[in-house]
Ligand binder design. Sequence first.
Ligand code: PLP
Length: 387
Amino acid sequence: MASEPDTKTASDNVAQSPTGDAYLLTPGPLTTSLTVKQAMLHDYGSRDVNFIDLNRRVCEQLLDIADAREGYACVPVQGSGTFAVEAMLATMLPPQGKLLNLVNGAYGHRISEICRYLGRQCLVHESGEELPLDPDVVEEALAAGTDITHVSVVYCETTSGILNPLAQIAEVVARHGRALLIDAMSAFGALPLSAKDISFDALAASSSKCLQGVPGMGFCLIREDALAQTAGNAHSLSLDLYQQAQTMSKVGQWRFTPPVHCLLALAQALEELDEEGGVAARGRRYNDNCQILKKGMRALGFTTLLPDELQAPIIVTFHMPAHPEFEFQQFYDRLSMKGYIIYPGKITRADTFRIGCIGDLGAEQMQCFIAAVKQTLGEMGIEKLTS
Ligand SMILES: Cc1ncc(COP(=O)(O)O)c(C=O)c1O
């Protein structure tokens, strides 16, 4: 027998989304709008003409977000973001290829790990987790490593929340005639990324994160002439984006059971992105959320890991306060009881925690969150944190 769901009693000081859930101030899954959730209240067959049409529209809209309708294919894949990154690497890297992987956090390391599984050569260039990747280092590495065929970069490294200089790195990679693969997971839909300005062979992103759909599918935008060269590269049937693209273009269908409800939600989420004013407007809202968060937390005595000029408006890493009464689990639990879910840190060098600025959240939620943090510190017997 199914157990009773957790019931949290609504009270005046418990924040709730319109469906009675806590707000997710996390890197994903995220708080989605009521209308995105409602969009899933349908069943479509995978060969249904309505569903095929929905797929086509979603793919075109995803291409439009990156100004990539001309010369690029959108190839969706079932699963979380990692599945899309793995499918991108497996498909784009030929067995004899060699990847230069630029790393400043866990998602960069994950790319190296995927290459290890795939048996692909991978040269790692690592900067500290609090430092942006350096285009000059890429310049030197590509000049020295003439056998390097591809370069991979994480646009916003969600481990710390740092923004990497994608445009500058892309310029160096293009000048050296190599192919760029981008993990744009926590950037796509909110940070600028136009195929007109940035030369790339493929990028991977997902239905949730800044697009504000529900988790369950990823997609890659792939330069068509590069994709045409990838037949037989993939080690895996289900992650072979060449084959997925072939089937999509021939019959407009996914090869295997598609995540129908996830696509329905994504179609609605893309409409809402458009209504909001597109990528620039969404980026501005996240930026406003981020400013309220940093200002409010700093006023309470918290300190950020990154200086403002390196911070992407996606997720903010805070140092764990040294105050003797501050205990993270208690802080987390008390905030959760007030309707806000935060996130542990992922940085290896420092004791930290993270708070996200993305999802269906605005200034009001961020201000109420800061008030909840202040109240929580009071409950923990902490008048003010000093750094
Ligand atoms: C930059 C980046 N890459 C990859 C991933 C992996 O995505 P998932 O956890 O959906 O597999 C994430 C998840 O947060 C991410 O932020």
